[in-house]
Design a protein around this ligand. Structure first.
Ligand code: ARG
Length: 569
């Protein structure tokens, strides 16, 4: 459709309205009811300049437009001009586009628009990988694919929380309450057990805290024994995180976490000092942000140790040097808003114009309804349990609905995990989510399984018609596709590219998720209203062309969300 929107904007620009094409483009509306046309242009804003009543303006413009090849009708209704796109031309142009690009429709083939760094997931070693990290993981991964679809080259960074005083605590806890065998056997849950125990014990015995700080200091000074333990704990955590990433199908291009910047921070602190940005207050170094009405950004504590922000500033400079990014995107919970606002400002004060290319993408919280998860208490891999439970529940549904499905286990994985991912991104990401199995796995709701099911339905029609995925249609008769249900599907298909762009502009994978549901609904209405495998070859071919196009686009929309699209379910 956007092709036509552009054509209309071009038509109205210049002599007819004195507005620019861009202005008109953004003023064009899509009427709620197609009786009012495919696009409508409101004339209110022109009234002042032209000193005429808006309905008069609308009428004059319609007269001036006259006959236009791609429009079947142009009319004015009060202050609006309604444009009716020629349906056959619309259908032809959209299906031609989709069926030429095939599986690549909407996805750029070259990634030559520059680099975009995306910092996502970034869990903390030896601490729980919680539901918040799940959101960061799936949102960041989706943004990665969305920007790639637009022709950027993405660099996915897992900025692991692998440095800090918690490692001192863990070392003390390990020495006091655990053993090599136990950690080897139980992995991260043992690390968590002793970490929690440490905190309980430290309340009774504050000396433990000091001991932990001492160990961390030793780590910072390069003490071999404590560093060996640290790296062992890290390895254990990573192994378990990897399992979750594999279930989710998520990958990274870099695992440079906080520790990676240990030897790079001194230079940054020097730079801050040389630029006159550092103020020393009670031994601590900080950058004042009074003018910005923000609390100061702490750079080093009074014992000289660095902070979360120090590492982020250092990492940003490193990434700029290494990747020369067009944008560097950080996906975290909105609780970190202040943190990012502060250090982005510090980069700006350092005189780097690329401060404007740093983007924080905050998301809301996930809460679990009580009893929604049968889980061990204090479970580390809370997340892994959710995913496994989703797969189990999906397996049950498949057993009931389609017990003869050939690759049941694989489909249960794809649908169960897809459902959780989809639910995380269905609403604007800033919104909190109340996790509910009933919603997540509802095959008829606005859910991942619903979209996947619709895709599988399209595949099944194609199978019955012997239409392979890379099928090329010859001579489609577009005139048989001008009924409302078909045209509605076509309009959805046409919007895919602009939806991807909007999703990227707003950092909102939810646009893709909602689009996928809209397209699935339009397709199901089409499927319901029109028999596809009919006698009339012409009609059948034309309708199959729609089915195959929908298959491509649903599958690509799901791909952009990081979700698989099984062909049968
Ligand atoms: N490790 C942090 C946490 O779990 C998230 C890190 C986000 N990325 C960053 N560059 N600060 O809260």
């Amino acid at each position: 459709m956007s092709d036509f929107k552009l054509k209309i904007a071009k038509l109205l620009s210049g002599q007819i309205t004195c507005l620019t094409q861009d202005d008109i483009y953004s003023m064009l509306e899509v009427p709620a009811n197609t009786d009012m046309g495919d696009y409508a242009f409101p004339c209110f804003k022109l009234a002042k300049e032209l000193r005429k009543a808006p309905p008069m303006i609308a009428k004059d413009i319609v007269d001036a437009i006259g006959e236009v090849s791609f429009l079947s009708k142009v009319e004015n209704v009060n202050a609006y001009i309604n444009f009716f796109v020629d349906k056959t031309m619309l259908v032809k142009s959209v299906l031609d586009n989709v069926l030429t690009a095939k599986e690549n429709y909407g996805l750029a083939q070259a990634h030559d628009k520059g680099n975009v760094v995306i910092d996502y997931s970034s869990p903390n070693i030896a601490k729980p990988f919680h539901v918040g990290h799940l959101r960061s993981t799936v949102i960041g991964h989706s943004l990665y694919r969305i920007f790639e679809a637009l022709g950027y080259n993405c660099v996915g960074v897992n900025h692991l929380g692998d440095w800090g005083t918690q490692f001192g605590k863990l070392i003390v806890a390990y020495k006091n309450y655990s053993s090599k065998e136990e950690v080897e056997e139980k992995g991260i849950s043992e690390l968590l057990r002793i970490y929690v125990l440490f905190h309980d014990e430290a309340e009774k015995n504050p000396e433990l805290e000091q001991e932990a700080r001492d160990y961390f200091t030793r780590m910072e000074q390069g003490d071999e024994e404590s560093l060996a333990l640290w790296s062992w704990f890290k390895e254990i955590s990573l192994k378990e995180f990897e399992r979750v990433y594999e279930m989710l199908g998520v990958t990274f291009d870099s695992y440079n976490g906080e520790a990676f910047y240990n030897d790079k921070m001194a230079a940054i602190i020097e730079e801050l000092e040389a630029k006159g940005l550092i103020e020393v207050s009670e031994g601590a170094k900080l950058v004042r942000l009074d003018e910005e009405n923000m609390a100061p950004c702490l750079i080093t504590k009074k014992d000289g140790s660095s902070l979360y922000a120090t590492r982020d500033i250092t990492a940003a400079e490193y990434r700029k040097k290494t990747y020369d990014f067009k944008k560097c995107i950080y996906v975290t919970a909105l609780q970190q808003n202040l943190h990012f606002a502060q250090w982005f400002k510090v980069i700006d004060k350092m005189g780097y114009d690329w401060a404007k290319d740093l983007v924080h993408v905050p998301f809301g919280m996930v809460s679990m309804e009580s009893g929604s998860l049968s889980t061990r208490k204090g479970n580390v891999l809370f997340l892994e349990d959710i995913l496994k439970e989703a797969v189990n529940k999906t397996r049950q549904v498949i057993e009931e609905k389609n017990p003869d499905l050939p690759n049941k286990e694989e489909v249960a994985m794809q649908v169960g995990i897809g459902a959780v991912i989809f639910d995380d991104m269905y609403n604007n990401i800033i919104k909190d989510i109340q996790f509910s199995w009933e919603r997540v796995l509802n095959f008829d709701g606005e859910t991942g399984p619903y979209v996947q099911y619709t895709h599988a339905r399209a595949c099944s029609v194609l199978r019955k018609a012997n239409v392979a995925v890379n099928h090329s249609f010859s001579d489609i008769d577009y005139t048989v596709l001008t009924d409302d249900a078909s045209v509605n599907v076509i309009k959805e298909l046409a919007d895919f590219n602009s939806v991807i762009e909007e999703a990227a502009n707003k950092y909102e994978p939810s646009y893709i998720a909602r689009y996928a549901v809209d397209l699935a609904q339009a397709f199901n209405k089409f499927y319901h209203d029109n028999a596809i495998l009919v006698e009339d070859e012409k009609v059948k071919e034309a309708r199959l062309a729609i089915v195959l196009s929908v298959k491509y686009v649903l599958s690509n929309a799901l791909y952009l969300l990081g979700i698989k699209s099984p062909e049968q379910m």
